[in-house]
Design a protein around this ligand. Structure first.
Ligand SMILES: N[C@@H](CCC(=O)N[C@@H](CS)C(=O)NCC(=O)O)C(=O)O
Length: 219
């Protein structure tokens, strides 16, 4: 039976898993979570009542949390692109940067998005200001960390890059990466050019009006 992925093309965390699937050309069926497919939402919530997506289903097994999903894919459906190195010390670096992009880049973006979705102008401004403050710290740290690296952890594309791509994509829309941080800007551009992520970005393009802070006319 084929793998099933429940998610939405515009969702950053869905994209994180899509990148991993596309990297290894892993066959799967996409189960859209949207107003036209309530049966998919019902199945997703039956399996994961904590209401977070994406959800991967492999036969009887449901797998959640994107970092775990990607590790699971490598263990159970591995392909030529090794997203988590065999060497334990190298794998720890990858896991750390995966956490960094989720917790210090994507989480502030989600905070700003949540503020905008509240419909309250004060909350919107406050959430955006908090996000900007956190993103500036993360951007400055990444500018140093990524110096001399092609991908997040070096020459190989890994789980950390799967996390980084959608996180930096939407972070830049929330608070633009300034020209004074060329290492980070260059890394984001390389991620956008990576075919797996470029495909996810194209598939999400029709949904850009959903971005509550207003999608810029770029990318
Ligand atoms: N830590 C989770 C985060 C997943 C997450 O926040 N997904 C968003 C969509 S991009 C979501 O479920 N949002 C719905 C909600 O928070 O109610 C993961 O890595 O899977």
């Amino acid at each position: 039976m084929s793998l099933l992925l429940y998610g939405h093309p515009f969702s950053s965390y869905t994209q994180k898993v899509l990148i991993a699937l596309y990297e290894n050309a892993t066959p799967f069926q996409f189960r859209m979570l949207g107003p036209d497919t309530p049966q998919n939402a019902a199945e997703w919530l039956r399996r994961w009542p904590l209401r977070k997506f994406p959800l991967l289903v492999d036969g009887e097994r449901g797998v959640v949390e994107t970092s775990i999903i990607i590790e699971y894919l490598q263990q159970a459906h591995g392909g030529p692109v090794c997203l988590l190195p065999d060497d334990p010390a190298a794998a720890l670096d990858v896991r750390f940067l995966d956490r960094f992009f989720d917790l210090h880049v994507m989480t502030p973006v989600q905070h700003a998005v949540g503020g905008a979705l509240s419909g309250d102008d004060g909350k919107r401004r406050e959430a955006l200001a908090t996000a900007v403050e956190r993103l500036e710290l993360a951007y400055a740290w990444l500018e140093e960390q990524l110096a001399g690296r092609h991908w997040a952890c070096g020459d190989a594309f890994t789980l950390a890059d799967c996390a980084a791509a959608p996180a930096l994509f939407y972070a830049d829309w929330t608070h633009r990466i300034p020209d004074t941080l060329p290492v980070l800007g260059g890394y984001r551009a390389r991620l956008l050019a990576r075919p797996s992520f470029a495909r996810a970005v194209e598939e999400a393009r029709p949904y850009r009006t959903l971005f509550p802070l207003g999608a810029p006319d770029r990318d």
